[in-house]
Design a protein around this ligand. Sequence first.
Ligand code: NIG
Ligand code: FE
Length: 409
Amino acid sequence: MRATLITNIGELTTNVAAPADPCGTTTDAAVLIEGGRIAWVGAARDAERPRRPRDPLHGGMPRARGGLPARVDEVVDAGGRAVIPGFVDSHTHLVFGGDRADEFEARMSGTPYAAGGIRRTVAATRAASDDELRRRLRGLVAELHAQGTTTFEVKTGYGLTVQDEERLARLAAEVTPEVTFLGAHVVPAEYADRREDYVELVAGEMLRACAPHSRWVDVFCERGAFTPDESARILAAGIAHGLAPRVHASQLGPGEGVRIAVALGAASVDHCTYLSDEDVAALAGGGTVATLLPGVEFSTRQPYPDARRLLDAGVTVALASDCNPGSSFTSSMPLMIALAVREMRMTPAEAVWAATAGGATALRRDDVGVIAPGKRADLVLLDAPTRVHLAYRPGVPLVRTVWKDGARL
Ligand code: NIG
Ligand code: FE
């Protein structure tokens, strides 16, 4: 088994919570990676013992005190820089065709965001071949990786026919196990006069076609998209097919989406820009993560959600990019951290936690988002001495090296 030791880490964010520090921060640290997993985390000085060559009489790697192997294949000197867990982006829409830069340009001059723009991407996506969609998708995945994202979710939702949703789910499953069926993104134009029929299609034949490729079911519960009753019906059908629920809610105005999400035990409710006190209390009392998507507010000129209000109430908050061609065409988790700190009253530590362990919680994953023995070796070496620099130096490419399952990307 190949062993890589990253040592001389100036600041290590483990996310192994300590009483006063949810980020589980240590300094002058070292991490050992073996076989795609974290094998050991400790002080850099404990990793500096002289190593004997591999003992030819023993098949495996001889162990020295503290769990370190007596020999490692590669030593990476972090040079006093910071290491954090790979980002976990729990909300993206990466499979689509076309471009909507014109809508963004118009919004920056005052035109409001309208969910109806989704239908333009639906038309472009339906017209694209599998290979065109795959090429675009893989390009975006490379973009995510280059910016330190090692786990990401991908939604369908730009096909909106049984055949197109099935192919989006299939293509998404080629790049991630975290595939979300979002047939309930908007009612497509051809069903405008018979939306009940579309809801039945989503909850029936479309769901059956997509469920084999998917882990999650999602609905856009919002005025202009799906009503609370329609949303509850589709989520219940998804659950009956073995999918776990997550919800888009309260993006454009207040609504019942948060209540529905918490009542169904959804892993996450996303956007959360317009919340009532009852919504906040429900989130604080339930097991549903509030995932905030500040790229949307940045790109639509809407007010940012108030993360402080949620954190002070005890709600678990995650940050995600919502990467999509309409409301947030960015794949940058460092940008989400900078926006959360500058605009949403999160501390840098809270924002980094929300972009790593928070995203993992929103995907119900306990193997990522944390640097501890046994967890996946998904790590980011920053070109910075501390994680604060992610917000302090917005727009600067601070991701120096990324490991996913122990391999350098
Ligand atoms: O999460 N809210 C709904 N869906 C996307 C927007 C998609 C689009 O405009 O194409 C979102 O913001
Ligand atoms: Fe979204």
